[in-house]
Design a protein. Sequence first.
Length: 387
Amino acid sequence: MLTVILIFAGSVQGTAPACSSRYFWVVRDGLTSPEAIDALVENAAEAGANGLIVQVVGRAEAYYDSSILPLAAFQEDFDPLEYIIMRARPRGMEVHAWVNAFLVWSAPQPPSDSTHIWHSHPDWFIADRYGRSSRDYSRTECEEKGLVGATLSPSVPAVREFIADIAVEIATEYNVDGIHLDYIRYPNPFFGFESSSVEAFYFKTGRDPLDLFRRSSGAEELSELWSQWKISQVTMTVETVRSALRGESPETLLSCAVMADPYEAASHYSCDWRYWLSAGLVDFVCTMVYTTDSAKARELAILGTGIHPSRVVHGIGIYNQSITSALIGAQEALARKCSGICVFSLNSLSSDSTWMLRNFWGQTGHSEYPIDSAVFHCVSNDEGSAL
């Protein structure tokens, strides 16, 4: 663990290789058996990776031996997290435990396990401006409102402690290099109006956030107050996790998956990750740049590396485009001294992508050959973005 921290510290000081972090996100559907994990780890090693960010908490179900969460469905008498650590470490790879923070359910039907947080704490979920809980949204309604699924409220102190407890459980029971928080944000400005949040905001400011939808004076001031308050709730969650890890497992790194545009991340998702980096709340962030638009990818690479670039890992998507297209933004980010690249996802990696990715970042973290922009297949803007 100490070695990992020293390597990362070198990256912060600018002495590490240009692509010191060569990571893959590993989605939970690849963790169901030893054979599935063996294949993933082998592919990662072939690609030259030195780290895996492994989704061990998806829909508030554990892919490890947990006393907090119900177990997910995987092979009996098998611990996916323990096994992937055992297989990845001898191949020179770090293992970071990926935890979906506020998002806890996204399937069409409610969880069958009565101990699931969906059943045990219905009062912990965010609501829309009409007071309707995200827990009650159908899949069609979720898609219409930009909601992935049932989402916990950042403003509930017990939620922040719940997420911190999960992080500490993993960090103290498993030899992981870090905890990686995903969905550490509000879904969008339409949500966050659960009664507990409205009351807490009123107690602090004397203002009712629902006045934003009524004819009232001072709407602009209220909008700014409400925006900053929501940002503070997400930040307090990160602070709670950081504090818990420092107390129980101080060597464990803390990272987050974030929207690449820091301005949109703060204004639309209440996720002020630039502050988290400046305040030392997280060790690094992975910016999610999944767009298929090459111009947009370059723009997001520039925005994402505008502050503390050596603590930014540029995330690319290969599930929706060719590896050559995805690497356009990655090359821009590396030129701007980001720490490295994280690929979403290892589960989507093809044999052709494997050798191209290895050639791009090389065994030592440097490209072995310059990338020829003429080979990139740029996708037109009208195909949209995965952001």
